[in-house]
Structures are given as structure tokens and as C-alpha cells.
Design a protein around this ligand. Structure first.
Ligand code: F6R
Length: 371
């Protein structure tokens, strides 16, 4: 039931304040006066010691689920102190890459039925790793086959393009990082700031959804373009990849997410006065580096659309020549949850304006059960 919405993708984008709330329900403990703030993940608690002792944590997934894991990787590295590596499921199988008994392998999947991910899971089980599932479907193959896991609880997702599952996946993995890192006193203040950030996150997403009309206006400007680049780095490298994936899969416009640190190593050659480029430059430790990326793109007359934190328009938009998307600022590791929303809206409006089927893009299926 689409309710007041025209499409499932639109409904699912707009229900993210609620889906995020459901994902966190009963899992955040904000303590009393003497009780520390913490998270409780029932499906993981008996395995936390093993995960903390593991030699590395390997995230495995495809498409949007891989991107969600990429967004959560920095906070997991920071809080757990365990090396975290990333694998696209099909690539791990193609290479028969090394997976060891001492590894924790985390399988991320909205449907829980993706053949590539399931195949990589069977491989990791054979190799003796502890296998953790993060899925949105209770009773799915991946939920059943892993040793333990966390349900995303984002509610049923119908649009082929994953939206609310993505933001809930990031939140689940941020909570996982908090749970794994929960025994280090030195990071207690950081953990509490993130827990507070999670608590306020649904309202910040509600706020960023107000950009709907702005994103529709931007989509009108971009409707006839051939291509759109998205530059991000740090926590928002994943936002660049995921924003570009949304645009290409539903609006059928070529789009590429680019790690801004790689700009000079090739992509800079593409920059001219006509190619639209989204640069994600919200406040975090990478902000000054992104400012210098903007300067360099500006010097080459790039057609810039800059996403920045509220109040930062003047410091990112040189000479007032670019379009700005101002978003509310949240704790740095949660910023990808806020930042993807305008790009989801942009992909949605571009698709509708271009006259394509937004809920069922050509050639794609919701659950990819063949390899
Ligand atoms: C993109 C999209 C796909 C899926 C991918 C993995 O919007 O939906 O890229 O993310 O097929 O699917 P799951 O998460 O079900 O394993």
C-alpha cells in the first residue's frame, strides 16, 4: 500500500525517520544518572568476546548493502580496534580470497537471499570463520545460515532501489561498532556522543527530507544530462558510491561515485563546464581537504553542486557560482545517513521526470537469486 505516495521508492524514502526509529527500538540504552549509555544487540551479545578477539572483521555484500558496510567501516575500525576489510561477494568467490578461522565475516543483505552473498557465506563457513548476518528479512537464507546476527527491522522494502534499508543498515553497523567497542573506557565519551547522535537521527532525517522540492528543482536542471559525477571521501566515500548507484539504476543516467582523494589520478580529466559534479563536503575531519578539491574543480570551471553542512554555503561555494545543498550536521560517523537522503530524492525525481519506471527499473530484480 503506497498510501499518499505515488511510488514505493518515494514512500520508502519519506518513511526513513520511522524506519530508523524501528531499527533502533529497544537497542539504545541511554542510562539513568549513574548508568552508562550503551547498546544492546541481543543477537550478538554471546559472540562479542569472540568478535573482539578476531584477527579481522570482513564485510561482505553486494550493491547497496556493500555501500552501507563501506559507510560503517571507519567507525567500526575506530571503536573496535580490529582491522576491517571489505569484500564484494562475487569478487571474493571469484578469487577464492583468504578467509580464516580467526576472522569474523559479516554478511550484509537487505533480502537475505542474494545468491552471490549466500555463496560467499557458504565459502566462509567452510573456512571456519565466525559468520554474522545483517539482514532485513527474518527467516531468510542468510539469516538462517549465519551463526548469529542482527535484524535490520527497516520494514518491508518494495521499490527495487534500496533506500530505507540502506540507512537502517548503516545504523545497525554503527550500533554493532558500539557493542564491539563497548569495553574500552577510553572511548566512552565518543560512544556516548554517537548514542546521543543516534537518538536524534530520525529528526535530522525528517529535516533533510524537507529538501524534496529543492531536489526536484535540481532534477529539472539535470534532466537531459548524459552523466553525473559524485565526489566523496572519508565517511562519505560510501555516500558518493551509493548516490551514483541510485541515480544510474533508476534514472538510467550514467553516474559514477568517485573517491575525492583519487581525483588527480584520472577523473580530473573529465572536468569541463558542462559535466555536473556533486561534491560532498559536510563537516568532518576531511572538510578542509574537500574545500581544496572544490577549489581545484572550480579552477577548471567545473559545474559544481556542493553538499555542505547548514551555514557553510559561503565557505564552500566559491564566488557564488555553484549550487548548494545544505544538510543538518550530525555526529560524523552518522552523517552518511543524512547525506544520502537528498541524493535518493534526486534519483527519484530525475527518474519520474525522465519518464522511467522508478519502482522497477529495466533489467533489475529486487532479489538477485542467481549468480
Ligand atoms: C540497489 C540495490 C542492489 C542491492 C543488491 C544486494 O538499490 O538494491 O544493489 O543492494 O542486489 O541486495 P541485498 O541487499 O538484498 O543482498
Amino acid at each position: 500500500n503506497k498510501g499518499k505516495y505515488e511510488h514505493y521508492m518515494q514512500k520508502e524514502i519519506h518513511e526513513q525517520p520511522e524506519s530508523l526509529t524501528t531499527t533502533m527500538r529497544g537497542r539504545l540504552i541511554r542510562g539513568g544518572s549513574c548508568k552508562a549509555k550503551s547498546v544492546l544487540l541481543g543477537g550478538l551479545k554471546d559472540h562479542l568476546k569472540t568478535i573482539r578477539r578476531s584477527r579481522r572483521i570482513v564485510f561482505i555484500g553486494c550493491g547497496t548493502s556493500y555501500n552501507a558496510a563501506l559507510a560503517a567501516r571507519p567507525i567500526l575500525e575506530e571503536l573496535s580496534g580490529v582491522p576491517v576489510t571489505m569484500e564484494i561477494a562475487s569478487d571474493l568467490s571469484d578469487r577464492q580470497g583468504p578467509i580464516y578461522r580467526e576472522d569474523t565475516a559479516v554478511f550484509v543483505s537487505q533480502s537475505g537471499e542474494t545468491a552471490d552473498t549466500l555463496h560467499a557465506l557458504e565459502y566462509a563457513l567452510e573456512n571456519g570463520a565466525l559468520c554474522v548476518g545483517i539482514t532485513n528479512t527474518v527467516g531468510s537464507a542468510i539469516a538462517r545460515t549465519t551463526h548469529c546476527g542482527i535484524h535490520i527491522n527497516a520494514g518491508c522494502e518494495i521499490g527495487v532501489a534500496s533506500t530505507k534499508a540502506y540507512t537502517s543498515q548503516i545504523v545497525v553497523m554503527a550500533m554493532m561498532a558500539l557493542a564491539i567497542g563497548g569495553d574500552t573506557m577510553s572511548k566512552q565519551a565518543r560512544r556516548e556522543a554517537i548514542i546521543d547522535g543516534l537518538f536524534y537521527l530520525p529528526n535530522k532525517v525528517r529535516e533533510v527530507l524537507k529538501l524534496d522540492q529543492d531536489m526536484k528543482d535540481l532534477a529539472k536542471l539535470l534532466i537531459a544530462e548524459q552523466s553525473l559525477l559524485v565526489f566523496g571521501r572519508g565517511y562519505n566515500y560510501a555516500t558518493a558510491l551509493e548516490g551514483a548507484l541510485k541515480v544510474k539504476e533508476v534514472s538510467l543516467m550514467h553516474s559514477e561515485g568517485i573517491l575525492a582523494g583519487e581525483m588527480k589520478h584520472g577523473p580530473l580529466a573529465l572536468v569541463d563546464e558542462s559535466l555536473p559534479i556533486v561534491v560532498i563536503a559536510t563537516r568532518d575531519a576531511c572538510f578542509s581537504k574537500q574545500q581544496s578539491v572544490i577549489q581545484q574543480l572550480h579552477a577548471r570551471k567545473g559545474r559544481l553542486i556542493v553538499m555542505c553542512s547548514q551555514g557553510d554555503a559561503a565557505s564552500v561555494c566559491l564566488g557564488g557560482s555553484c549550487r548548494v545543498i545544505e544538510v543538518p550536521q550530525v555526529e560524523d560517523c552518522l552523517q552518511p545517513v543524512v547525506n544520502i537522503v537528498p541524493l535518493q530524492l534526486l534519483a527519484y525525481h530525475l527518474t519520474v521526470l525522465r519518464g522511467y519506471n522508478v519502482d522497477q527499473p529495466r533489467n533489475l530484480a529486487k532479489s538477485v537469486t542467481t549468480q
